[in-house]
Design a protein around this ligand. Structure first.
Ligand code: ADP
Ligand code: MG
Length: 255
């Protein structure tokens, strides 16, 4: 693993290590899962391996259409090299269909299509339980400038349009997702880029035909078959994950 490298930060789902070159970091994807502001904890066997691949795939596709991201390259089963950014402390949520906290707060049945995509900001702060905030709070407290917010909104909507179509093409509805952005400093320039990860941990994904959940709600709501659902998302994306190649599995006994 990465015992050689200096550990910068350990979060709920990933560990960050100092990267090989200045301005780079290594994201190590763990199997740890958490929900409801860390009140529910567990592990999803093999999740880190799958999310590393899915996030690599989606960030690469987004890069190709001109959405700037922190992603550089995948290093191995659980690690990817990314550009170190100054994380903007916001969780940016884009919703297409009512689910989760939106369905709860407004009493809208889960699964009801929204009249238009809705974008929400949450202040990224575990102690405070990631409270929802408005642009007023964001600019007043200096978490981001009005220009940052403009960039974030434009990028988030492009990500939503692109990923909605991409998932639809493989029989999956993109219900909602959470993304994070960071400031990338290069050559006296600073720009806002997509950071962190995009995976079934951070998206709600429903099967188009059956509405079956294929994301972390299976863990949140104890629906079972969590790893299988993540695997199925990877499979439909065309990411071949040899079940024997995961570092989480022992030798397979052939009957
Ligand atoms: P958390 O428990 O805070 O959500 P994670 O387990 O998701 O943490 O670990 C990833 C952490 O690294 C997050 O805090 C995220 O904001 C941060 N991060 C993601 N991408 C980058 C990057 N390119 N540079 C610096 N920090 C990043
Ligand atoms: Mg996180």
């Amino acid at each position: 693993m990465s015992s050689r490298r200096r550990r910068i930060y350990e979060g709920k789902a990933k560990i960050l290590y100092e990267g090989p070159e200045p301005g780079t970091i290594v994201q190590y994807f763990k199997d740890d899962a958490s929900a409801f502001n860390n009140k529910k904890k567990g592990t999803i066997t093999g999740k880190g391996v799958i999310n590393n691949r899915i996030s690599e795939y989606l960030m690469t596709r987004l890069n190709e259409i001109g959405v700037p991201t922190h992603f550089i390259r995948r290093l191995n089963m659980r690690e990817q090299l990314v550009r170190q950014v100054e994380i903007i402390p916001l969780e940016v949520v884009v919703r297409n269909v009512a689910a989760g906290s939106l369905a709860q707060r407004f009493g809208i049945p889960e699964g009801q299509a929204l009249p238009r995509s809705i974008l929400e900001f949450y202040y990224k702060n575990d102690q405070l339980g990631d409270p929802m905030v408005t642009e007023e709070h964001i600019t007043a407290f200096g978490w981001a400038t009005p220009q940052d917010i403009d960039d974030i909104v434009a990028l988030a909507l492009r990500v939503n349009d692109f990923l909605s179509g991409l998932f639809l093409g493989i029989g999956i509805k993109l219900i909602d997702f959470k993304i994070e952005f960071g400031r990338l400093y290069e050559e006296e320039m600073v720009r806002v880029v997509l950071a962190d990860e995009i995976s079934p941990d951070s998206c709600r994904l429903w099967d188009l035909k059956t509405n079956e959940k294929m994301d972390k709600d299976r863990f949140r709501r104890d629906l079972g078959k969590v790893e299988e659902a993540y695997q199925e998302v990877a499979r439909r994306l065309g990411i071949l994950l040899d079940p024997g190649a995961g570092d989480h599995r022992g030798p397979v006994t052939v009957q």
